[in-house]
Design a protein around this ligand. Structure first.
Ligand SMILES: *[C@@H]1O[C@H](CO)[C@@H](O)[C@H](O)[C@H]1NC(C)=O
Ligand SMILES: *[C@@H]1O[C@H](CO)[C@@H](O)[C@H](O)[C@H]1NC(C)=O
Ligand SMILES: *[C@@H]1O[C@H](CO)[C@@H](O)[C@H](O)[C@H]1NC(C)=O
Ligand SMILES: *[C@@H]1O[C@H](CO)[C@@H](O)[C@H](O)[C@H]1NC(C)=O
Length: 483
């Protein structure tokens, strides 16, 4: 049972979620949104995140599902929301009755007066990525059609549009110029059907563009071309000059849409950003450089050579996600503009005026006790050490230890301690998780060293739900006992 002060705080937090606060409707075109993913062991309580979004003037979020805890926190905030349907649900949604249920439970339920300001439903997430081997090729379009139909039938169709966030790998250019771009030949017919459907329904094309990945995947890629306005390199495409890969990539899509017969289809950048750790080029300074250039570009309503004007974009991502797959690389868990505990990582001016100031951190984060799990240097039998580190790192997140990362300069003891601590924190500091047959011990002295943060985990959304439930039950018991 929690002590009284925390109990009161939890009650307040809990009730605040149901308190509807209204904010005047604001124009969100050309303003910056963020991707709010929650693939993390310790999600920050959503209400705190929503307050952080408001404090920073962020008016649009893109979600990857329709998680009730998240959507409930957005009620009354007037923040514009894109809710998502994960790829593994596409098969189900390709049956109309299921699409109808989905809309009823995950849209209609929330949009009631003063509810959640849902504007888009993202059907799948990059479903045609080459690495998915075509798993979603037959189900995605039917799912899209079903969701839009269900939205229309439920009376939301005018306001809420179904779309599909697609990776930029759905199109390519044959000669490295945007004008030679077209949809990938293996999916061209399908893409034409999809973009025609978007046009008929007033839905936008949502594309994820990653200059960082161009750089990461190709060692010969010119560094400056990944940023904005810093390099001398330029591509001339029939008189149009390209000085950065973002514009070139975006306009390859513009040309692909032209060739598919929908030259004026609205485009939204669904994900764009730069990671801050897990690779030599993933650093706070490079991320700052990228965002500075990008945000200025958006503020100036510069657009691209083929599409001058306002640009709609969602940054990726809001907060680091320590459960993301690291198959693409260790940087995957470091895309956040905020750390796991809601602190801004580098100066960033969302208004694009280039002011050297930090975003406002999350308020009201509660931490687990200030203790760490480290290598016990009195241990005698080290025979299981390698296996223990493997175990700790396969459960906890060791992606900051690798080459070029924040914690790469630790000595070997530091490495071991880091692994043990990440596992220990991940388990909510369970004492059994800091044993490893006597190789590990709990300490109260901050174990962070030489520029490497040894984090202390936060009390998470999940923990709070459990505490709130426990508290509610004990209140109930108390009430029952006294009447
Ligand atoms: C959305 O609706 C479907 C269908 O009713 C349901 O199975 C699902 O759990 C709901 N919630 C989310 C987060 O998708
Ligand atoms: C796709 O195919 C490759 C090679 O055959 C395989 O390694 C991978 O696991 C497959 N991925 C999916 C999502 O099926
Ligand atoms: C620490 O671990 C990282 C990642 O496994 C490795 O690259 C590095 O060489 C290790 N350092 C020492 C001193 O063992
Ligand atoms: C531990 O030290 C690091 C580096 O000085 C600091 O950033 C962090 O906030 C400290 N952690 C705690 C719980 O005091």
């Amino acid at each position: 049972m929690a002590e009284p002060s925390r109990t009161v705080m939890l009650l307040v937090t809990f009730m605040a979620i149901f308190t509807l606060s209204r904010i005047a409707n604001a124009e969100t075109l050309g303003t910056i949104g963020v991707n709010w993913g929650i693939q993390m062991t310790h999600p920050i309580p959503p209400k705190i995140v929503v307050d952080m979004l408001k404090a920073n003037g962020i008016k649009k979020v893109k979600l990857f599902d329709a998680d009730d805890w998240t959507l409930s926190a957005l009620v009354g905030s007037n923040i514009e929301v894109m809710v998502g349907i994960p790829n593994d649900m596409l098969d189900r949604i390709s049956k109309y009755s299921h699409a109808k249920d989905w809309v009823k439970n995950n849209v209609t339920q929330y949009v009631k007066d003063g509810g959640v300001n849902i504007k888009y439903v993202a059907v799948g997430n990059e479903p045609f990525l080459k690495s998915y081997n075509g798993s979603y090729l037959t189900t995605t379009l039917p799912a899209l059609q079903n969701i839009q139909k269900a939205l229309n039938e439920a009376g939301h169709g005018d306001k809420i549009k179904a779309t599909i966030p697609l990776n930029a790998d759905v199109y390519a250019s044959s000669s490295n110029t945007p004008s030679s771009g077209s949809f990938r030949s293996d999916i061209n017919d399908l893409m034409v059907q999809i973009v025609t459907f978007f046009k008929e329904n007033g839905a936008p094309f949502v594309v994820n563009i990653y200059p960082y990945l161009s750089l990461y995947q190709n060692p010969d890629f010119p560094l400056d071309f990944a940023f904005f306005g810093t390099g001398s390199r330029s591509i001339n495409d029939n008189g149009k000059q390209y000085t950065n890969v973002f514009d070139a990539n975006f306009d390859t899509l513009v040309w692909s849409l032209k060739k598919a017969g929908v030259p004026n289809l609205k485009i939204i950048v669904g994900e764009v950003g730069w990671p801050t750790d897990g690779d030599i080029k993933a650093s706070p300074s490079n991320a700052k450089k990228f965002y500075d250039g990008f945000l200025k570009k958006v503020a100036k309503k510069e657009g691209t050579p083929m599409r001058p004007g306002a640009l709609d974009a969602y940054l990726f991502g809001l907060i680091d996600e320590d459960l993301k797959s690291i198959l693409p690389g260790n940087f995957e868990r470091h895309w956040g503009i905020f750390t796991y505990d809601g602190k801004p990582k580098f100066p960033m001016d969302l208004s694009g005026q280039g002011k050297d100031k930090y975003l406002i951190a999350a308020k009201g984060i509660q931490y687990l006790p200030a203790q760490w799990c480290v290598f016990n240097n009195e241990a005698k039998d080290l025979s299981s050490l390698a296996a223990d580190i493997d175990y700790a790192c396969s459960h906890g997140d060791c992606t900051s230890l690798g080459y070029g990362s924040q914690c790469n300069n630790l000595n070997s003891q530091g490495n071991i301690s880091y692994a043990f601590n990440m596992y220990f924190q991940m388990t909510d500091q369970d004492v059994r998780a800091c044993d490893f047959g006597g190789l590990a011990k709990i300490v109260n002295r901050n174990a962070s060293q030489s520029g490497c943060l040894f984090p202390v985990q936060i009390i998470s959304a999940g923990t709070r739900i459990a505490l709130a439930k426990a508290m509610f039950l004990s209140l109930l018991v108390a009430v029952l006992l006294f009447v």
